[in-house]
Design a protein around this ligand. Structure first.
Ligand code: SAM
Length: 217
């Protein structure tokens, strides 16, 4: 299978056709070998229009969702971004090509180890990965120029808002376990937060102190 061809088709048919036109985001998708972020058995499907299992009842997000969430951050380059839910590391890798540093947190250590191996293989040197509960953010490195959450919680933890720089966006799925709204929340200069609904979505649960208590369906 020619993965570069599959990748180009993915970007044209799944991303550009759905009106994502940010050139830097498209370029990052074209440069990132998504097949390395899934187990060998799933590699033939790595560029399909779907999320895929990555073990531990978790998923690598659908390419369109990764593209839409990345575009929603409105990146210009040079940012420090916090990601909650490393999973396979695919979204992290895309971000690492677009910003100066990515801080990413994963609660399941086996997934974090696997993602770390792929980052090393791709020589991504601007990623800080830790295993832990991302629902409380990563205070030591705050404030962030953007926060992206790739698992769905019942509410927006106040820690995420507290750890946003002025003018910075938080892109986060919020709502019941079986269906969420993807929100973009921006900290404004006067200390308030603007809030916009981007689309319906369905993510695995955000589990932790400020999320769901467990992963029971
Ligand atoms: N962006 C990921 C990718 O491209 O593979 C998608 C990951 S998956 C949809 C969401 C991830 O969030 C899972 O790996 C899950 O273990 C993780 N997660 C859930 N709750 C978390 C928490 N409180 N802190 C950190 N990670 C969490």
């Amino acid at each position: 299978m020619d993965y570069a061809v599959a990748r180009r088709r993915m970007v044209e048919s799944q991303i550009v056709r759905r009106n994502i036109t940010d050139k830097a985001v498209l370029d990052a998708l074209l440069r990132t070998p998504r097949h390395l972020f899934v187990d060998e058995g799933f590699r033939p499907h790595a560029y399909s229009d779907a999320s895929l299992p990555i073990g531990e009842k978790q998923t690598i997000s659908q390419p369109f969702m990764v593209a839409a969430m990345t575009a929603a951050l409105g990146l210009r380059g040079g940012e420090r971004i916090l990601e909650i839910g490393t999973g396979s590391g695919y979204q992290t890798a895309i971000l690492s090509l677009l910003v100066s540093r990515v801080y990413t947190i994963e609660r399941i250590s086996s997934l974090a180890s696997r993602a770390r191996r792929v980052f090393d293989q791709l020589r991504l040197t601007n990623v800080n990965l830790k295993v832990g509960d991302g629902t409380v953010g990563w205070k030591d490195h705050a404030p962030f120029d953007g926060i992206i959450v790739t698992a769905g919680g019942p509410d927006v933890p106040t820690e995420f808002l507290d750890q946003l720089a002025v003018g910075a966006p938080l892109v986060v799925p919020v709502g019941p376990r079986d269906q969420q709204k993807l929100l973009r929340i921006v900290r404004t200069e006067d200390g308030t937060f603007s809030r916009e609904e981007l689309m319906d979505c369905r993510f695995v649960p955000l589990i932790g102190e400020k999320g769901w208590l467990n992963d029971n369906a």
